[in-house]
Write a protein that binds this ligand. Structure first.
Ligand code: ZN
Length: 374
């Protein structure tokens, strides 16, 4: 059985951020809480968004790189104190995931842990506070995804998944990504690419999602280097944003070992690791691990991104990472060998683990991590 759902109303294209006022009115939101971070504010994007919101709008900018339960609590307090009735999330995956946590707890009793998918929380999640997502990176797809990744107070990074957590509106304006630094363009782009690849390889039956994943992978592959090198190239930025959106639309098919491991690594208290960078590092070894276990999908993917049938997909991705200046391994990022058993344990418990095309054991995960401990 496959449930196939596409639920978000998406405004897409240069300048569409101006539709925010109408989006809020359409959702009857009179006093939104803006969830964003100080980097977005410093880039001047927040002012542009805030000017489109009603008077009395409240802001919460204290979003950690990997959003935490404590930050959800702090933002929820701001939401309640401000008498808010909806949320506008502006930024990358972190503010959008945090906003999903706030939208959830604004309408549900604590504790947050109850609603984690791995603990059986999916059926407990009903309608949540209305959320408008405005991505400023082309990566996470969180603007149309049904999942939020939140780190609980005890350090577990858990997935919260429900159709109710899909933002009511996504406003995807590539102009908002024009100033994104090259490294962040590269890392978030590889995150989006890994979404397309992993959802394609997932064994669940969902041909529409596969078609979207192949289209997204092609757009990202053809435009990522151009967007990273020439930040002001609106054409490349637009294609990249569409690829990231398409990656998000395919999440419902399930991700795989890249994300099982990157979610686990992202749950480390220290070092604080960037999700997209982790996926870039993990994608080549996982592609080697899954080779021969995905039917004709490697061939379809190579055709979709413009590689010859004889090309080595894993080597091509590694070479792209290298050209983009992404780090080669986890050691460079400060990960030490003694945390790896914990990472393996968390990966086995991750919601992306069951949909890897080749079932991975603890030993497999350890071998994949050892491969990237450079
Ligand atoms: Zn991801």
């Amino acid at each position: 059985m496959s449930a196939i759902l596409y639920l978000t109303t998406v405004e897409f294209g240069p300048g569409v951020v101006s539709t925010l006022t109408d989006a809020l009115a359409g959702l009857s939101v009179k006093r939104p809480l803006i969830v964003s971070d100080s980097g977005i504010a410093a880039a001047g994007l927040l002012g542009r968004v805030a000017a489109l919101c009603p008077e009395g709008t409240v802001q919460f900018l204290d979003v950690p790189t990997n959003p935490t339960e404590a930050a959800v609590d702090a933002a929820l307090a701001a939401y309640r104190e401000g008498g808010c009735d909806g949320i506008v999330a502006v930024g990358g995956g972190s503010p959008i995931d945090l906003a999903k946590g706030v939208a959830l707890l604004a309408a549900h009793d604590r504790p947050l842990e109850r609603y984690a998918v791995i603990l059986g929380g999916l059926p407990l999640i009903g309608p949540v506070a209305p959320l408008v997502a405005i991505p400023t990176t082309s990566g996470t797809g969180a603007e149309v995804g049904r999942a939020a990744l939140l780190t609980l107070n005890d350090g577990r990074k858990l997935g919260f998944i429900s159709p109710h957590l899909i933002p009511k509106r996504a406003i995807c304006d590539p102009e908002l990504t024009l100033g994104l630094p090259a490294w962040l363009t590269a890392a978030t782009g590889l995150d989006a690419f890994s979404h397309c690849v992993e959802t394609l390889l997932s064994p669940r039956y969902n041909p529409p999602a596969e078609a979207i994943a192949l289209d997204g992978a092609g757009r990202i592959w053809r435009n990522l280097e151009r967007a990273a090198q020439t930040g002001s190239d609106l054409g490349a930025r637009t294609e990249l944003m569409m690829g990231a959106l398409e990656g998000g639309l395919t999440f419902q098919k399930g991700l795989g070992a890249v994300h099982a491991l990157s979610h686990a690594l992202g749950g480390l208290k220290a070092p604080s690791l960037h999700h997209g960078t982790l996926n870039a590092i993990l994608l080549p070894p996982v592609l080697r691990f899954n080779a021969g276990h995905a039917g004709d999908k490697y061939e379809r993917l190579k055709a979709a991104i413009g590689l010859s049938a004889s090309a080595d997909l894993a080597a091509e991705v590694a070479a792209l990472n290298n050209r983009l200046g992404l780090p080669a391994g986890l050691k460079t990022l400060g990960v030490s060998t003694d945390v790896l058993p914990w990472v393996v344990e968390r990966a086995l418990a991750d919601h992306s683990h069951p949909t890897n095309p080749r079932p991975a054991t603890a030993e497999d995960y350890r071998a994949l991590l050892d491969e990237v401990m450079v």
